[in-house]
Structures are given as structure tokens and as C-alpha cells.
Design a protein. Structure first.
Length: 178
């Protein structure tokens, strides 16, 4: 039997498909409606290693996704490439799986696509609730001080020039602030 959280997630995925079916996939700045200053979470990855989210002192991209979400599955390989490109530049990419108690499904997916980026589990819906995740996929860009800079709704090609330009603009902003 599906939990209420899974049913709500499916409704969000369906809504996402309806609303964003014609989305161009452009990387547009969408300032977060709520600022989550100082909100820090401890989440475990698939191996049980604990991560602090957002990553302290780093520009962080948090991607909320699920294995049952088609657009999420499609964007994950590109997100992996994006992570490999920017991890040495102080950018942390974190994929937060909203599969509830389906850890095995997440492990199978990660194995099948040879994903090495941090995949964390939101088993208690704490972080996804605080970030008001209602559609999947959705990503947040958070600066090194923990300020939410942008919210990106829908599937994106993270392994593309527009994505690189998008994140590099934030990296440049960080340099001018420091």
C-alpha cells in the first residue's frame, strides 16, 4: 500500500508533467519564494555516510528527485556529468531521493546509471517538506552562506552550455562577495 507521501509525490509528478510538458528546459533565474537561512540537515547517503545539507562553505545544488519520476530519471545522467565537471571548483551537487522506504530501488537506479554523485535519502520528509517540494524534479541553488539563490522546477539538461553558464554566473557572484 502506498503511503500518503508517495501518493502526494505522484500527484506532483503528474502536475509537473502537465504544467511543464512544453517547457523549453531553459535555465532561468527563479528566486526562491522563501529564504531558508540557516536551515541545515543531516542526511545519509546510500552507504550510510552522513552529509550536511547544504554543504557548508560551498555553492550547493540540491536536486529533489525519485526513481518513479520519468523526468527525474532522464536528467540524472546529465546531473552526474555536471557534478564531475564542477566538484573540483567548490560546487557540491546533492541528489535527494524522495522514494520513501524504497532504498533498494534507489540503489538499483544508481548502479544501473553508474551514478557517483552523493545520493541522499529523505526518509522522514524533513528537508523536502521544509523546501516545499511539490513537483519533481526540482533543484535549489544555495550559496556558501546558506542563502537560497534560485529554484529550478522541471527537468534540465545539466550537461549543456546553458547549464554551465548558469552555474558559472553564480560562481562569479561568489568570487565578488568573498
Amino acid at each position: 500500500m502506498f503511503s500518503l507521501r508517495v501518493v502526494i509525490a505522484w500527484i506532483g509528478v503528474f502536475f509537473n508533467a502537465l504544467v511543464f510538458a512544453s517547457s523549453s528546459g531553459e535555465f532561468k533565474f527563479d528566486p526562491a519564494e522563501e529564504e531558508l537561512f540557516g536551515s541545515v540537515y543531516q542526511l545519509a547517503d546510500l552507504a550510510g555516510t552522513m552529509y550536511t545539507v547544504p554543504a557548508p562553505g560551498k555553492l550547493t545544488l540540491i536536486n529533489f528527485w525519485a526513481t518513479f519520476c520519468g523526468p527525474c530519471r532522464q536528467e540524472m545522467p546529465a546531473l552526474e556529468k555536471f557534478w564531475k565537471r564542477y566538484q573540483s571548483q567548490g560546487v557540491e551537487v546533492i541528489a535527494v531521493a524522495l522514494d520513501g522506504d524504497r532504498k533498494r530501488a534507489v540503489e538499483k537506479f544508481a548502479s544501473r546509471y553508474e551514478l557517483t554523485l552523493p545520493i541522499l535519502l529523505d526518509n522522514d520528509s524533513g528537508i523536502s517538506s521544509d523546501y516545499a517540494v511539490s513537483v519533481l524534479p526540482v533543484s535549489y541553488i544555495i550559496d556558501a552562506k546558506g542563502v537560497v539563490l534560485a529554484r529550478i522546477v522541471g527537468e534540465r539538461n545539466w550537461d549543456s552550455e546553458p547549464a554551465f553558464a548558469f552555474i558559472e554566473s553564480y560562481l562569479e557572484q561568489q568570487k565578488t562577495i568573498e
